[in-house]
Design a protein around this ligand. Structure first.
Ligand SMILES: [Zn+2]
Length: 336
């Protein structure tokens, strides 16, 4: 690693220090066959009104997750500066090439943005996007909210989440923001693969970080989009940035925990998945979660996958066919 990194090649067309509402782009040069001096043009909105905290809001970190993108395109066109104290930076589609393609990873370099942090200013397109967030946008922010859903291959009960952190004061501020989001579920989240995540980069910079999983299957539903729209505004009110009435939730949020890797069930077989439990249903240790039927011939018994602990089914594999190695179920334990 060089002692000092080169400046980011991303050129914003907005001035992050100016008051008012600005709609523009994070322009990243990307030379290619159909555009010799072309660029990736990631939409960005900045709404600023005087001094105060900064919220950085992102959707479509994975390109096939839609609740965040819908909620943030909506917020960007409706938020006015007079309702804001401080600054809101809105990037509805963080991995814009992936979002345009409707895929989890970038069609340019197959980069999974949420495994590309801290990124590189001289790397792939996806690494350059990660580097810009890591070195330019994250340092501006006090509060960071990254809205995920399950994408094409997973489906979740709708929850906001934060992580167990070494700094307990920071952790408490993160969970207070999760509670403010007021999704139907709130999760103390365990990551199976935290290296390279945006979450980790934000947390290591000491930010209040909230993430979500709000559904999935490669689409957005009316219910989960409404949760996202409401949750974003709730968190901005909680941070003192948005002053327009009380936070709202339709019902008290239920807290879930992921105490160990026993929460996850991974397929060791390929075939046709038979769901035995639906999202949100209670399960006990030993209960059947799913069967996987071999599809090469008839007359073979399905493999059985059972819960390792008591809780509710918090996530499931979405497509009807499954491959060995796929995550087929996540059980969350019910907290206080
Ligand atoms: Zn995601």
């Amino acid at each position: 690693m060089p002692a000092t990194l080169a400046p980011s090649p991303v050129a914003p067309t907005v001035d992050f220090e100016r008051d008012g509402v600005q709609h523009g782009f994070l322009r990243l040069p990307y030379s290619r066959d159909d555009s010799a001096w072309g660029s990736v043009m990631t939409p960005v909105t900045v709404v600023r009104n005087g001094s105060g905290p900064t919220a950085l809001l992102t959707g479509a970190n994975h390109g096939d997750e839609y609740e965040g993108a819908v909620a943030l395109f909506d917020l960007a066109q409706s938020l006015t500066a007079d309702r804001v104290a401080g600054r809101v930076i809105i990037v509805p589609a963080m991995n814009y090439p992936a979002f345009q393609a409707g895929t989890r990873t970038s069609p340019i370099d197959r980069g999974n943005l949420n495994r590309s942090f801290p990124g590189r200013p001289d790397g792939t397109v996806t690494q350059k996007i990660a580097d810009y967030f890591n070195r330019v946008l994250l340092p501006m922010a006090d509060l960071v909210m990254d809205i995920h859903s399950g994408g094409r291959t997973l489906d979740f009960v709708p929850f906001a989440a934060a992580h167990i952190l070494p700094d307990k004061d920071q952790e408490a501020r993160c969970f207070a923001a999760v509670a403010a989001f007021a999704a139907p579920y709130s999760m103390r989240m365990l990551e199976i693969d935290a290296v390279g995540m945006y979450d980790t980069a934000a947390e290591e910079q000491g930010k209040i970080f909230v993430t979500t999983e709000l559904g999935g299957g490669g689409t957005g539903r009316a219910e989960t989009i409404a949760i996202a729209k409401r949750g974003v505004r709730n968190v901005l009110r909680h941070a003192g940035i948005l002053a327009d009435g009380e936070a709202v939730a339709e019902a008290p949020s239920r807290w879930l925990d992921m105490p160990s890797a026993d929460c996850f069930r991974f397929a060791e077989d390929s075939g046709l998945i038979e769901a035995c439990v639906d999202l949100g249903q209670p399960v006990r240790a030993g209960d059947l979660l799913a069967r996987i039927h071999p599809i090469g011939r008839t007359g073979l018994a399905p493999a059985e996958y059972r819960a390792a602990l008591d809780g509710i089914l918090a996530a499931r594999h979405f497509p009807g066919l499954v491959k060995a190695g796929d995550c087929i179920a996540v059980v969350g334990t019910v907290g206080d």
